[in-house]
Design a protein. Structure first.
Length: 294
């Protein structure tokens, strides 16, 4: 029995060490997750405080677009498709930094016709007097602001995610023109919306929610990954996992299965240990037959 206990001690110590390492690892991961989430939330909150609801919508659109990007990735390795707290942190910082150029750029485009004295200029189009200022504003957005925002996005994104300036120029050359070409149709539609809100001021409250939606699509179209854009037609692509009932049900069943496996393994180990102890005890107390003395 003493020998059996001595044999079990190294195994118990090894098991305790493994459990402790696992707890420490999970605790560190949880701590990093909380810190990353706090940093990302603070970045969005700071620019929401500076620019109000428009800043909040614009900044939040980038981490949301990053989440959708992971859903669209054609990568077979599921671990690379996970949107972690680190991704949320980086995407939130990028979204926060790109928010001022977007919001201030739109306002600057709206003020330019007035600054140039073109606010009341009209043109005769098919017999109608049409103000030219909305076309100027829309054209500035399409021809100047959109390419400039794209040119800002890639260096900021690279710097935040790689924490180095090395390779930033090569990354820009590789991705800028491709990203710009993919976003031209979206920029054309958005420039029309910007021009319309300039011509019809009562539509202005709807502009920045539209820009927020457009920024989500911009973030997807500016991706450097190989994406399956057909998944954009699936409504579940846009639902975060914690809000998806199918994901929650699957997660609960998976967690329950893991718990069952751990409990059943523990019960089996306990039963084996108890059974071995009883067998050794029974062998030790069984009287040995003594030969009958002559």
């Amino acid at each position: 029995m003493a020998d059996n206990l001595e044999e079990q001690k190294p195994q118990e110590k090894e098991r305790e060490k493994t459990t402790l390492d696992s707890v420490i690892t999970e605790t560190n991961q949880a701590s990093r997750g909380l810190i990353n989430s706090a940093i990302g939330t603070a970045a969005i909150g700071a620019f929401a405080a500076l620019f109000g609801l428009d800043g909040f919508i614009t900044a939040l659109s980038f981490p949301y677009g990053g989440m959708i990007e992971k859903r669209l990735m054609a990568e077979k390795d599921e671990s690379k498709k996970q949107f972690t707290s680190r991704h949320f942190r980086d995407e939130s910082i990028v979204g926060a930094l790109i928010t001022p150029p977007i919001l201030l750029g739109v306002e600057a485009a709206k003020q330019l016709p007035k600054a140039l004295g073109l606010e009341n200029v009209v043109a005769n189009i098919l017999g109608y007097s049409v103000p030219v200022s909305p076309f100027i504003v829309g054209g500035l957005f399409l021809g100047a602001l959109s390419p400039a925002i794209t040119a800002l996005y890639y260096p900021i994104d690279y710097l935040i995610k790689n924490k180095t300036f090395k390779g930033i120029g090569e990354d820009f050359k590789k991705n800028y023109l491709k990203g710009l070409m993919r976003t031209i149709p979206l920029a054309a539609m958005l420039s029309t919306a910007v021009g319309a809100t300039y011509a019809l001021p009562y539509l202005a409250p709807y502009l920045f929610p539209a820009i927020g939606v457009a920024n989500v699509l911009y973030r997807i179209f500016l991706s450097k990954e190989n994406l399956n854009y057909a998944k954009l037609l699936n409504p579940l692509t846009y639902i975060p996992k914690f809000a998806n009932p199918l994901y929650i049900t699957s997660g609960i069943s998976s967690y329950a299965g893991k718990v069952y496996n751990k409990v059943s393994t523990a019960i089996y180990d306990l039963g084996s240990a108890v059974g071995g102890w009883f067998r050794k005890t029974a062998t030790a107390v069984t009287p040995t037959s003594q030969p009958n003395p002559a």
